[in-house]
Design a protein around this ligand. Structure first.
Ligand code: GLN
Length: 452
């Protein structure tokens, strides 16, 4: 099959399923067909497993000459003049971008209901949320519109929607992938990562987008391995830790049962399973909402009605340009984060909030470091529940924030974490999270593959 034929079939499949799931903000049909044609003319490199494969990209990852909105009215008309480095890498691997996926505005949220433009539905049940913020990227893969997509994860935005849609989603080690061209939310936490239908595909895509980039000073020079190298290898003797905090109150009993059954499966394959403690993980949500919001309040200053995107019309003076453009351009949740962040960074409160949060972040990192002295991996649920009904949590920000308690500590510590399907509860998929040592995504994929 040629890249063009595959792209045509994929586009037809996207359109036939789009009414049901609403994964996409933009389907880039013309660009995709042109790219595929060019790949066919150049000739497909048989050694490149990703060549000619269609992929969807979350709409906070900038694409040259393709409108990129981060699902915000603020950027409704933003037409980037450059590609994110990860997008350049997709092109370098001869992949075909077929569209930009829906998300929570500026990646702030956990259900994709904060999009300024549309509501994405869970691929298993259209009355349920798809999770978020990378909800569109997850449903596009789960509903078989595409085999692969990119998302971003600041506090769980790849792993939680992967969990809610029964697909594989990886948040790589901080620094593994260049953030250049990822519209910044919390710069010390943000990481781009792959969604896929199976573990091996995920490892291949991660390989394609990883590596040092001079345009992102936080990208790492650590060598990029073959992430598939351990897939299929015996897991006998691997030491896997179950943090008791990840099986405590607030986690759905039926979800816990599925994860415990998964741990038993690994034990039957020869892994050594023990209970451990991550005593400071209970502070993760509080610490995260101070750090992520503080960084966001700073990152979002650039949206001033002058340089990018939306500008209010009823303007009388310069202050109006800022105040009205920002008041009208940003949604409610984004404003809430800007206010929270500005407050925690303000003089008089900085020591009590931002500085303190940084100190507790170190304690959370130390908890992980201690466990990883003795264990290869940490295992637990990805989210405290399965997907819930659309419209039921969007009015209660604190309830929504608490839903990230199992994913957030991983971002705070900069570690890699994956969500893979692990059974179902009431007909909806359960996600299992595997957390690895920094820059050891290979062991995560090795154990994840033991479930396929
Ligand atoms: N749900 C979390 C938040 O609202 C995480 C979002 C993300 O990872 N981008 O901040």
């Amino acid at each position: 099959i040629s890249a063009l034929e595959l792209t045509q079939e994929t586009l037809a499949g996207i359109k036939s399923r789009e009414d049901k799931v609403d994964s996409f903000l933009l389907i880039t049909e013309d660009e995709a067909l042109a790219t595929a044609k060019a790949i066919d003319e150049k000739g497909i490199d048989a050694s490149n497993i990703l060549a000619g494969i269609p992929i969807a990209v979350k709409d906070n990852i900038v694409t040259k000459d393709i409108i990129t909105t981060a699902a915000s009215k603020m950027l409704y008309n933003f037409n980037p003049i450059y590609n994110a480095s990860s997008v350049d890498k997709l092109h370098a691997s001869d992949m075909v971008i077929v569209g930009k996926t829906n998300m929570d505005e500026f990646a702030m949220g956990g259900s994709t209901e904060n999009s300024a433009f549309k509501t994405t539905k869970n691929a298993w049940d259209e009355t349920k949320v798809p999770g978020g913020s990378s909800g569109g990227s997850a449903t596009a893969v789960a509903s078989n519109q595409v085999l692969l997509s990119l998302g971003s994860d600041t506090g769980g935005s790849i792993r939680q929607p992967a969990s809610f849609n029964g697909v594989v989603g990886m948040k790589p080690t901080y620094g593994r992938i260049s953030r250049f061209g990822l519209i910044a939310f919390g710069s010390s936490l943000d990481q781009i990562g792959p969604f896929s239908q199976n573990v091996e595909d995920n490892a291949h895509l991660l390989g394609a987008i990883s590596g040092y980039d001079a345009k992102d000073s936080t990208s790492s020079k650590v060598e990029v391995p073959d992430f598939t190298s351990k897939i299929g290898k015996d897991i006998k003797g691997l030491k896997i830790a179950l943090p008791k905090e990840y099986f405590g109150p607030g986690i759905d009993e039926k979800v816990k049962e599925q994860i415990q059954a998964a741990a038993k499966h690994l034990e039957s394959l020869g892994a050594i399973i023990d209970e451990v403690s991550l005593p400071h993980s209970k502070y993760g949500v509080a610490v995260y909402y101070i750090i992520a919001s503080s960084e966001a309040s700073s990152n979002l200053q650039r949206f001033d009605g002058i340089r990018y995107g939306y500008r209010a019309e009823d303007i009388e003076n310069l202050e109006d340009v800022y105040v009205k453009s920002r008041s009208q351009g940003f949604g409610e949740e984004v404003k809430r984060r800007i206010m929270l962040g500005t407050f925690s960074l303000s003089s008089g409160y900085y020591d009590a909030y931002f500085k303190k949060a940084g100190q507790v972040r170190t304690l959370i990192m130390d908890d992980f470091a201690k466990v990883f002295e003795d264990y290869d991996l940490i295992l637990g649920p990805t989210a405290p529940s399965v997907a819930y009904d659309l419209g039921t949590q969007s009015h209660d920000p604190v309830a929504m924030y608490l839903a990230d308690l199992l994913t957030i500590p991983v971002n705070l510590a900069g570690l890699p974490g994956i969500s893979i399907p692990a059974g179902s509860v009431d007909g909806l998929p359960v996600g299992m999270q595997l957390i690895g040592k920094a820059f050891d995504e290979e062991t995560i994929y090795q154990v994840a593959a033991a479930f396929e």
